[in-house]
Design a protein around this ligand. Sequence first.
Ligand code: MHF
Ligand SMILES: O=c1ccn([C@H]2C[C@H](O)[C@@H](COP(=O)(O)O)O2)c(=O)[nH]1
Length: 276
Amino acid sequence: MSKADQIFVAMCQDILANGSWDTHLQVRPRWNDGTPAHTIKKFGVVNRYDLQEEFPLLTLRRTYWKSALDELLWIWQKKSNNVHDLSSGIWDAWADENGSIGKAYGYQLGVQHPFGEGVCDQVDHVLWQLKNDPASRRIMTNIYTFADLHEMALAPCAYSMTFNVTGNRLNAILNQRSQDVLAANAWNVSQYALLVHLFAQASGLEAGELVHVIADAHIYDRHVPIIQELIAQKQHEAPKLVIDPSVRDFYAFTKGHFSVENYQFNPFDQKIEVAE
Ligand SMILES: Nc1nc(=O)c2c([nH]1)NC[C@@H]1CN(c3ccc(C(=O)N[C@@H](CCC(=O)O)C(=O)O)cc3)CN21
Ligand SMILES: O=c1ccn([C@H]2C[C@H](O)[C@@H](COP(=O)(O)O)O2)c(=O)[nH]1
C-alpha cells in the first residue's frame, strides 16, 4: 500500500481528533460567497517520505501530478511569477490584470545574489554546491523575503528547502508555514519529491528522503466532510516515477522527460472549493 496514503490518513485523523478550531478568531481567507473560511489545525506536523521506497502520490484520490509538476517547473526552472507561463488555472485568482502574482515564488528564485562562485540565483547556487561542496550544511533556498512581502499576492507557503548530501543520497527538508491539507498537501509533496529527484539526477546523486515540516497543517471547515470521506477510501500500491536517465542538466528537463506508471486511484471527483 502507498506510504503516502498512510501518512496522509494519519495526519488528517490527528488534525480532526486533536486539532484546534479558529472559529472564535478573525481570519483572512474567505469562501467565494464571502463567508470567513475557518480551519481546524495542528501545529508542527512532520512527515517523512523515503523516495527510495516509492514516489509519494496519493491513491485515495487522483492527484493531477502533471499540473503539480508543471507548477514546480514554473517556480524552480522558469522562475516565473506570471500565470500565463503556467498550464493550469490554479493561481488565476491571485493574479493581477497582467497575470502577475507579484514578487512571490518564481520571482524570488530568479533574484541574483553575490555568492563565492559568482553572481547567480538561489537555484543555481544550490546546484553549484551539490556538485562542488556536497559536505556543506548551507545548501538551502529561502523565498520568504520580508522586504518584498508587501508586493506578493500571497505570502509564500512552501518557503524554504534545505538540501543535505549523505553518501550518494540527496535528502531535503521542505519548510512550509501553512498547508491547506485537502487542496494542496498531495500537490506540494509530489512537487518537492520530484524536485529532489531532479536535483539528484542533475548532481550525480540518488534521491533519498524528503522531510516535510508543516507549521500550520489545517483543514478548512467546508473540507471536513470531504476529508472524512476521502480517508475512508481504499488505498492502492504506490505508482512508479520514471525519469529519462539521459538528462543531466536541471534546465533541460521538460514534462516529456518524466512519467508516472501504474497510477491507481479511486474515482473521487468531489468539487473542491479553494478559499481565497
Ligand atoms: N486556500 C488555498 N489553498 C491552496 O492550496 C492555495 C491557495 N489558497 N492559494 C494559492 C495556491 C493555489 N493552490 C491550488 C489551487 C487550486 C487547486 C485545485 O483546484 N486543485 C484541484 C484540481 C487541479 C487541476 O485541475 O489541475 C485538485 O483536485 O487538486 C490546487 C492548489 C495552492 N494554493
Ligand atoms: O503551495 C501552497 C500554497 C498555498 N497553500 C495554502 C495554505 C493556506 O490555506 C493558504 C494561504 O493562506 P495564509 O493565510 O497565507 O496561510 O494557501 C498551500 O497549502 N500550499
